[in-house]
Design a protein around this ligand. Structure first.
Ligand SMILES: [Zn+2]
Ligand SMILES: [Zn+2]
Length: 132
C-alpha cells in the first residue's frame, strides 16, 4: 500500500518536471504536486527529487550564486544560461566541441556521466543588465 502511494507521488513529480521547461525549484514542484496530491508534503517532494536524481531520471542544477537548486527531467545533454537579474534558467546547446572531447582519455577520469556547464549573464528580457 505504502509502496504504491510512493510510486504515484514519484510519478506525479516526474511528470511535473518533464512537462516544465522552467527548471522549477523544489518549492515550485511542491506547489504543482499539491494540485494533484493535496496531502503531499514538502519533505516528500524533496525525498522523491533526491531519489529521482540518484536514479538519473532528474537533474539537479545548483546555481553558482548559492540560490535554491533547480530541477528538470533528464533529457539530452545541454548547458544552462543563468540570468543574474531575474534568475531565469534557459537551456542552451553545449558548445560544439565540448560533446566531442574524450574526457575518458584524461588521466584520472574513467567515465563521464554529465557535463554541467553554466553560462552566467543577462537575458534578453533584462536588456544587458543595465542597472536601474
Ligand atoms: Zn533576466
Ligand atoms: Zn536544462
Amino acid at each position: 500500500m505504502k509502496k504504491t502511494r510512493n510510486t504515484r507521488q514519484r510519478g506525479v513529480i516526474l511528470d511535473i518536471l518533464q512537462e516544465s521547461c522552467s527548471h522549477p525549484t523544489a518549492e515550485t514542484v511542491y506547489r504543482e504536486a499539491r494540485r494533484v496530491l493535496p496531502n503531499i508534503s514538502l519533505g516528500t517532494v524533496y525525498r522523491n527529487l533526491n531519489f529521482l536524481r540518484d536514479q538519473g531520471a532528474v537533474r539537479e542544477i545548483r546555481p553558482s550564486d548559492g540560490g535554491s537548486s533547480r530541477f528538470e527531467g533528464a533529457h539530452t545533454p545541454h548547458a544552462h544560461f543563468h540570468c543574474v537579474h531575474c534568475n531565469a534558467l534557459l537551456d542552451i546547446p553545449l558548445p560544439g566541441t565540448l560533446g566531442n572531447i574524450r574526457f575518458e582519455e584524461e588521466e584520472g577520469i574513467s567515465a563521464v556521466s554529465l557535463i554541467d556547464l553554466h553560462v552566467i549573464g543577462s537575458c534578453s528580457g533584462c536588456e544587458g543588465g543595465a542597472a536601474t
